[in-house]
Write a protein that binds this ligand. Structure first.
Ligand code: NAP
Length: 321
């Protein structure tokens, strides 16, 4: 079968021929119909991710068929028994374990979940990693209520867009930040109430003038811009963050946080229960993943280039041949 492996660091994923894996009794051999890209895959090609195993098949997101039925794959392996945090041997599918950028994958049957029937295979492939990350970061951690003002930074991101869709479904008023006006306009067309350019130093003041602050923040950028997120919080606000793309948070002001009773909530992926709950949630509200582009399996490296350049709005999906 054809598969994309991590052959060398700082090289694009490498397409090669590998043997079709053979499942043991607990596993299913799934024929992949479509897979999708996450920023994690880009970090891996750059060597900026723990536990990289050269030669492993990449890809965390996938939808495929087994014994005539269509399934999505939960990419969170061995979460463990505590809902509050993952076990030490928790792994995300696709390096070091062989992932979804292939014609077939062998996966323990417990990670297969029936594809929501209203989704296409391309939409379903876009859902797992970003969908569960957004579900835990927003729904489980910040417990948003209808009418809450929710700010989501970097709305072009895969996880960010799911968080926006979930918050809107729950009746929250969603505001976004982005690097470009056109992504803000697209978010507004999907139901956001407004947006701000994160490169504009005045954006926190503009938000405060417009709406007076927010109750919930969802972020994956970190970096010094995180301080602006704290500044626009109402007393009692919850900030949930699942990434640190821009690095350390310099100059965080403790007084701004403790005096206003703000909660900082770290979040990563989701438990098996979160994955089940996420699927029920998207099915209940008939949420359709925002797909930026569907590329052929042969064009998979082009998706990496687009994500590195930050040009996408939503998920980049690969359709198998
Ligand atoms: N802990 C976890 O379980 C987990 C799970 C998934 C992802 N992550 C991490 O979360 C991050 C995002 O992942 P993803 O897959 O959603 O990536 P992605 O689709 O590539 O999105 C990244 C987004 O970051 C935004 N961004 C860039 N500069 C920013 C800034 N200065 N301020 C705010 N936002 C900025 C961009 O927003 P615009 O395009 O709107 O400018 C971009 O769309 C990555 O670091 C990833 O490793 C962690």
């Amino acid at each position: 079968m054809q598969a994309y492996i991590i052959k060398e660091i700082n090289q694009p994923p490498f397409k090669t021929e590998v043997a079709i894996p053979v499942p043991n009794d607990d596993e299913a051999l799934v024929k992949i119909s479509a897979s999708a890209l996450n920023h994690r895959d880009v970090w891996i090609t750059k060597g900026q991710y723990p536990g990289i195993k050269l030669g492993a098949i990449m890809g965390a997101d996938g939808c495929g068929t087994w014994e005539g039925k269509e399934y999505v794959i939960n990419p969170g392996l061995d979460w463990g028994s505590d809902e509050a945090y993952q076990a030490l041997n928790f792994r995300v599918l696709g390096v070091p374990d062989d992932g979804t950028f292939a014609d077939y994958i062998c996966i323990p049957k417990k990670y297969l979940h029936e594809k929501p029937s209203y989704l296409t295979v391309e939409e379903a492939a876009a859902l797992p990693l970003a969908g569960v990350t957004a579900y835990r970061a927003l729904v489980v951690k910040t417990k948003p209520k209808a009418g809450d003002k929710v700010l989501i930074s970097g709305i072009g991101g895969g996880v960010a867009l799911f968080a926006m869709q979930y918050a809107i479904a729950l009746g929250c008023d969603v505001y976004v930040t982005s690097g470009t006006e056109d992504k803000i306009e697209k978010a507004i067309s999907l139901g956001a109430k407004g947006g701000y350019l994160y490169h504009d130093a005045e954006w926190p003041k503009k938000l405060m003038a417009d709406i007076g602050g927010v109750d919930v923040v969802i972020d994956s950028a970190g970096g010094s811009g995180f301080n602006n997120l704290v500044k626009v919080c109402h007393p009692g606000a919850r900030i949930s963050f699942y990434g640190g793309s821009l690095g350390k948070i310099d100059g965080l002001n403790p007084q701004l946080i403790f005096w206003r009773q703000i909660s900082l909530l770290g979040s990563t992926m989701g438990s098996d229960q979160d994955f089940v709950d996420m699927l029920a949630f998207v099915d209940k509200y008939k949420i359709r993943p925002v797909v930026d582009e569907v590329l052929s399996f042969d064009d998979l490296p082009l998706g990496f280039q687009k994500m590195e350049a930050g040009k996408q709005f939503g998920k980049i999906v690969f359709k198998n041949n």
